[in-house]
Design a binder for this molecule. Structure first.
Ligand SMILES: [Zn+2]
Length: 311
C-alpha cells in the first residue's frame, strides 16, 4: 500500500513539475516570439522607410539623368553644328588660299608692307635689323632655310624683335623644275630649319616663291600645280607690286636709285620686295623715312593683310 501510495504520490509530483517546465517553456516561447516579431516589425518598418527614401533617390537620379541626357544631346548637336561650320570655314579658307595670288593689300589703307628676301651675310642681315629697330618698323623677312642655317643669330634676333619670317624654301630652287614631292621637301626644309633655330614651332601664313617662279603671269599651269601644295601648309603665295631687280636691270643698282624707285611707285597697300643686299639695306632707312614723309606707314605683311584696315 505504502509503496503504492508512494508511487502514486510521486507520479503526480513528477507530472506537475514537467507541466510547469512545459508551461514556462511555452511562456518563454511566446515572449520570444512576441519579441522576435516586434523586432522584425521594427526592422521591416525601418527597411521600408529606407526603401522609400531609396526609391525617392532613384526617382531623383533618374530625373537628373534624363536632364543630363537632354543637355548632352544639346551639347552634342551644338558641337556637331560647330564642327560642320568649322569644316566649311576651313574649306573656304583653303580655297581662298589656293586661289588668291596676293600682289598688294587694300588700297584704302596708308600701309605699305616691307618684305626683304633671301638673307645675306650676317653683317648685312644685322644691319637691316638695326635700321628696322631704330625706325620702329616691323617687316616680313623671307630668308631661305639655308641662310637661317648659316646665320641663326640673325633670325633668332629678327623673331625676338617682332619681325615675321615667311617661307622662301630651304634652297631657293626654281619650283617649276621640281616634282610635287620635292616642292614639299623644300617647304618643310625651311620650316624645320626655322623651328630648330628659334627653338619652337613656327607657323607662317606667307610663302614667297623664289624668283616668283611658278606664280608669274603666264605660268598658269605651274600655279595650278604648286598653289595647292602651298595651301596644304596653310600659306598664301605672296608676290609684290614694287620690286627692283627687274625694274633697275639696265641701270646702276644703287641705294639712291632703289629709294627713288620705291618712293615713286609706292601707294597705300603696296608690297615692296627688297633683298638683303648691301644696296637694298643701305636704301632701307631712306625708304622708310620717305614713305612716312608721303603719309604712308611701312609695316609687315600681317599688319597689311591680316589686320583690320585703317586709313
Ligand atoms: Zn629669293
Amino acid at each position: 500500500m505504502d509503496n503504492q501510495y508512494n508511487m502514486r504520490s510521486r507520479h503526480p509530483k513528477k507530472k506537475s513539475t514537467s507541466r510547469l517546465v512545459i508551461f514556462m517553456a511555452l511562456i518563454a516561447l511566446v515572449i520570444f516570439l512576441g519579441f522576435f516579431s516586434a523586432t522584425q516589425y521594427i526592422t521591416a518598418q525601418s527597411l521600408q522607410g529606407k526603401l522609400r527614401s531609396l526609391d525617392q533617390k532613384i526617382d531623383q537620379l533618374e530625373e537628373e539623368q534624363s536632364e543630363l541626357e537632354n543637355k548632352y544631346e544639346e551639347i552634342y548637336e551644338e558641337n556637331e553644328r560647330l564642327r560642320e561650320e568649322n569644316q566649311k570655314l576651313q574649306e573656304e579658307n583653303k580655297m581662298m588660299r589656293s586661289e588668291a595670288l596676293i600682289e598688294h593689300g587694300n588700297r584704302e589703307t596708308n600701309r605699305v608692307a616691307i618684305t626683304i628676301d633671301d638673307g645675306g651675310s650676317e653683317e648685312v642681315n644685322l644691319l637691316a635689323l638695326d635700321h628696322l629697330k631704330e625706325l620702329g618698323v616691323r617687316a616680313t623677312l623671307f630668308p631661305t632655310g639655308k641662310n637661317v642655317e648659316a646665320y641663326p643669330e640673325s633670325w633668332k634676333r629678327a623673331v625676338k624683335e617682332g619681325h615675321e619670317l615667311g617661307n622662301h624654301t630651304y634652297g631657293h630652287p626654281f619650283l617649276s623644275n621640281l616634282s610635287e614631292e620635292r616642292v614639299r621637301e623644300e617647304l618643310n626644309g625651311w620650316q624645320e630649319m626655322v623651328e630648330k633655330v628659334i627653338g619652337k614651332t613656327y607657323h607662317t601664313p606667307f610663302f614667297r616663291p623664289p624668283y616668283g617662279d611658278g606664280f608669274l603671269s603666264g605660268q598658269g599651269y605651274q600655279r595650278e600645280r604648286l598653289q595647292p601644295i602651298v595651301a596644304e601648309k596653310g600659306m598664301f603665295p605672296i608676290m609684290w607690286d614694287i620690286e627692283l631687280v627687274y625694274a633697275l636691270r639696265n641701270e646702276a643698282y644703287t641705294a639712291s636709285r632703289i629709294t627713288e624707285h620705291v618712293l615713286q611707285n609706292a601707294q597705300g597697300g603696296s608690297i615692296v620686295l627688297l633683298h638683303f643686299t648691301e644696296a637694298d639695306v643701305e636704301a632701307l632707312p631712306h625708304i622708310i623715312n620717305g614713305l612716312r614723309e608721303r603719309g604712308l606707314e611701312p609695316c609687315s605683311l600681317r599688319e597689311l593683310l591680316l589686320s583690320e584696315p585703317h586709313s
